[in-house]
Write a protein that binds this ligand. Sequence first.
Ligand SMILES: [Fe+2]
Length: 292
Amino acid sequence: MLKNPKLIEGHYECRRFDETLPVFTDILGMEVIERRSETEWVMKHPNTGWSMVLHAAGPDAKDKPLMNHYGWRVSSRGEVDRAQEYLKKVKEEYRLPRVGKPCLLHIAYSFYFGEPGGNSLEIEYYEPEHAKASAVYGPHWQRPYAAEKFAGKGYVCQGLSHGTLECDEGAKESYRRFIAERLGLELVPLPPELPVLYLKDAFNPWYVVVVPQKIRRYLNENSRFTLEIDSLEAVREAHQEFARTGNDAGVTYVGELREENGRSYFFLSDPAKNWWEVTAGKSAVSRNVNSI
Ligand SMILES: [Fe+2]
């Protein structure tokens, strides 16, 4: 099992930066903090600690399932409504393929919209009474984000709150065990009527929702989450363990262990065919630092 993993990055596949970046910067308050290559740029919301790595995969990148979206949190229900009104106004300008209607789904009030790179995004609000149950529902930030950065829009994205994965319908319980017993992540206690899992690390409030689905469209490794563990040695040990026992746990792929520039990492595809990167080292730590 991974020891003390930290969820430090979500990876996201789009087609071209020039069509997707304006949606992230202008509508969601994200900033580019690092350009790793021509096709891999790192973005971060200044008010939350994890990053999103955007991969520009070109025109053949497929549309992603709705339940592979990311979500940004606002501070009131009214802001969700105003954000949706604003997006309807700028739909053509940002080439948004769709802007959904706000609704209360489970315990979040939110709406989804599409971006031209083939993904769905969400703007959401949680009522404060849920904050007692888990850090995921409370504010993910120390202080409110600067409203002037969203001047004239009627809402402020306070931070990047969650990513989303699918698992196979009927496999939720076995997937829950894999998440807890192999990846070492926490499962957030949820009301029993909710059909989903919320997973997070032990240190941060951001989280990944897992939604069981009957029909799946599998993702590639450009859509993965990065888990940082304590040392290069720990990554080597984890790689050996997954290579040795991963089959028994239903792991569908374990990539080569790579060590470069003081960082080591490997990819794995889990029993639900979702992708993870396990990493440690200097570069992994510096990934949360503004390098531009
Ligand atoms: Fe969501």
